[in-house]
Design a protein around this ligand. Structure first.
Ligand code: PLP
Length: 357
């Protein structure tokens, strides 16, 4: 079965070398030497001063909301993975959904302002498929209305904007290092902050909120292990070549698909892109289901991603209409995209999609 993504695995010997060190030290978790080394390497790769390697890309969103002291309304995007809305709800805040831009499915800054009330405390926006939000417009709104900004950068590892990592923006940016992402540590997450007080809180929250016998605040267990850090240390140096390999496959899809008959998100000018996903937007949900079934018949498993539009989640107490997001979520399908995807598979996929268009 060909899935939408396939995890990169480093040569086994490289990972085993780290395992030997772990066996010698018998230090398995709790801020071990490999976790600290990975954090140093991430700081230098990303050009970021303050970051914390954590257990996954969901808990870092929860920690971010808590560290910024948010308790009320957070304006957020309906076009994201459910974790970004769930984190808001889990922290007992209220998500308020602003619809997305038709060109790249990121939150529309023009729709944010009308939703700001006296209870609005923050904007939580997602960089979609590695395409970045309208960072400048969002920062301007945040400054004008005194709001905090959190970016869910789960898709944006390796993307840069104005010469800086995408993860350097906002009051807090988060990333997921899940096995399906561009850079992974099997399970893992990253939280980036700039304010020393917020950074200190994140550090504390990651380890239960206490320091030795000093019980300071309500924390959680957001730590990650030496085994996960070891995977990151093996994989991080490969990221530039992995992104190159993705870029090549991305270009193959671009030339082989009948893109005149498909809608595709526009990659913004001025960013260096990571080619994280290859989404196509079909003319209708019926057409999407037809394409999906035909691909499954040749053992290819595309994914409805993102689906559903998060403003339609059944357990929300209140919501807002987001016609663009709702429409795109019904019609968007992500095709297989990973560094060693065979050209032959791309050919087969394109033939089937083109035939059904
Ligand atoms: C993958 C993903 C997450 C969740 O990350 P985990 O590491 O799986 O918890 C959150 N937001 C977005 C946009 C994602 O793609």
């Amino acid at each position: 079965m060909i899935n939408i993504t396939k995890s990169y695995l480093p040569p086994l010997e490289e990972y085993v070398k780290h395992l030997e060190g772990i066996w010698e030290r018998v230090h398995l978790t709790n801020n071990g030497p490999l976790v600290r080394q990975l954090e140093e390497e991430l700081k230098s790769y990303l050009g970021i001063e303050h970051l914390h390697f954590c257990s996954n890309g969901t808990i870092v969103l929860q920690m971010a909301i808590k560290a910024l002291g948010l308790t009320k309304e957070i304006i957020t995007t309906p076009f994201s993975y459910c974790a970004s809305t769930h984190a808001i709800l889990w922290e007992n805040c209220t998500p308020v959904f602003a619809d997305v831009r038709a060109e790249d499915f990121t939150i529309d800054p023009d729709k944010i302002e009308a939703l700001i009330t006296e209870n609005t405390e923050a904007i939580l926006a997602t960089h979609v498929y590695g395409n970045l939000c309208q960072i400048d417009a969002i920062e301007a709104l945040a400054r004008k209305h005194n709001l905090k900004v959190i970016y869910d950068g789960a898709h944006s590892f390796g993307v840069t904007y104005k010469g800086k990592s995408a993860l350097a923006y906002g009051d807090i940016s988060t990333c997921s290092f899940h096995a399906t992402k561009v850079f992974h540590t099997v399970e893992g997450g990253l939280v980036v902050s700039h304010d020393p007080e917020v950074t200190e809180k994140l550090n504390l929250y990651r380890s239960f909120g206490h320091r030795f016998d000093d019980y300071i605040d309500i924390g959680i267990n957001g730590k990650n292990s030496e085994f996960h850090a070891a995977m990151g240390l093996c994989t991080l140096p490969k990221v530039p070549e992995l992104i190159e390999a993705r870029k090549h496959r991305f270009a193959l899809y671009d030339t082989k698909l009948n893109t005149a008959r498909l809608q595709r998100p526009v990659i913004q000018p001025g960013i260096s892109y990571n080619y994280a996903y290859y989404p196509i937007v079909l003319e209708s949900e019926a057409k999407l289901l037809e394409v999906k079934t035909a691909l499954e018949q040749i053992q290819v498993n595309p994914r409805r991603y993102f689906y559903p539009s998060l403003n339609t989640l059944p357990f929300l107490k209140s919501t807002q209409p987001c016609p663009i997001s709702e429409d795109i979520a019904l019609r968007v399908l992500c095709l297989p995209m990973y560094p060693d995807l065979e050209e032959e598979v791309i050919d087969q996929v394109c033939t089937i999609v083109n035939k059904l268009l």
